[in-house]
Design a protein around this ligand. Sequence first.
Ligand SMILES: Cc1cc2nc3c(=O)[nH]c(=O)nc-3n(C[C@H](O)[C@H](O)[C@H](O)COP(=O)(O)O)c2cc1C
Length: 310
Amino acid sequence: MALTAKTVDLSVDLGFLSLRNPVLTASGTFGYGLEFEPYLDLEKLGGIVVKGLYYGPREGNPPPRLVETPSGLINAIGLQGVGVEAFAREVLPKLRNIKTPVIVNVCGADDDEYAAVVEYMDKQEGIAAYELNISCPNVKREGLCPALAPQSTFDLVKRIKAASRRPLITKLSPNVTSIVDIAQAAEEAGTDAVALVNTFLAMAVDLETRRPKLGNVYGGLSGPAIKPIALRMVHQVASRLAVPVIGLGGIMTGTDALEFLVAGAAAVEVGTANFVEPDAAARIVAEIERWCEVHGVVAVRDIIGTLEVS
Ligand SMILES: Cc1cc2nc3c(=O)[nH]c(=O)nc-3n(C[C@H](O)[C@H](O)[C@H](O)COP(=O)(O)O)c2cc1C
C-alpha cells in the first residue's frame, strides 16, 4: 500500500462530543473563528473554541497588551469581547453554517456572572459545549481566580454543571502547586472534561525606561516556551482522572500535538501558533495524518495515553 494513501482515521471521541480530528483552536487566539475564514477551511478543524465571553461587552486592558519573549508571548488582553447578546445576534448565526463544533469559553467576574453567561447561551442553538475559563480574576475573592484552589474550583464547576444543559470542559490554570488537586476537584464537581493549560503568570521589563512592557504590568505567557511544563501537567492529570483531558500549551507542529496525545490528552488545542501562522491548526492536522501514515497508525485515537514510563 502506498504511504500517501489517506487511510488514517483521525476521529476522536470525548464521550460527550465526537470530533473529526483531535485539533481544536484555543480560546482567545482564534477570535470568533470567522476572522480566520480567509486563511483556512474551518471545516478541516476538530473544533473551534471561541474567545472568552463575559456577560457584557468589555474593553480589556490598557495597551501595550502583547510582548514577544524568547519562544513565547506574554499577553494581557484582559478578555476584551462583545458580550453574550452581540455574540448570539451577530456571530453565532454565521458559525452555525460551519460544520465544526463550536465551544464557548465562559468567563465571569464572579460565580453569578459565569452562571448568567451559561443561562443566556443555553437558550441559543449551535453550541457543542462550554469551556469554563476558571482563570478570571474574581471580584468576590480579592481578585483571585477560582482556578487557584480546589474548593473554589469545585463550587463553581458544580454550580455551572447543574445550571447548564450542555457538556462542560473546565479549563485549568497552571499557576498552582498541585494541578492534580484542582483537576480532581473539577472532576468531583461533575465536569465532563478538563482542558489544560491556560497561560503562566509572567512579566517583561523594559530596562531603558525601567517600566513594565505591559500596560497591565503582568500577563500570561504562552507559546513553545511553556510546552514542556504543559506536557508534564497533562500527563499528571491524565494519569489520575477518568474524564478526558484536552491538552494545550505551545503546540506548533503535528509532532507537538502527538506528544500531548501520547502523554494522555484525548484532543489538543492550538493557541499562539495561530498568531504566527493563521492556518497553523490545519497544517497541524495534516502533519498528524502524515505521521500516522508513515508510522502505520490506522486510527489516531490508538496512540492516546500510550506513553511508557517504566
Ligand atoms: C492573546 C491571548 C488571548 C487569550 N484569551 C483566552 C481566553 O479568552 N480564554 C481562555 O480560556 N484562554 C485564553 N488564552 C489562553 C489560550 O487559550 C491558551 O490556553 C494558552 O495560550 C496556551 O496555549 P498556547 O501556548 O498554544 O498559546 C489566551 C491566550 C492568548 C495568547
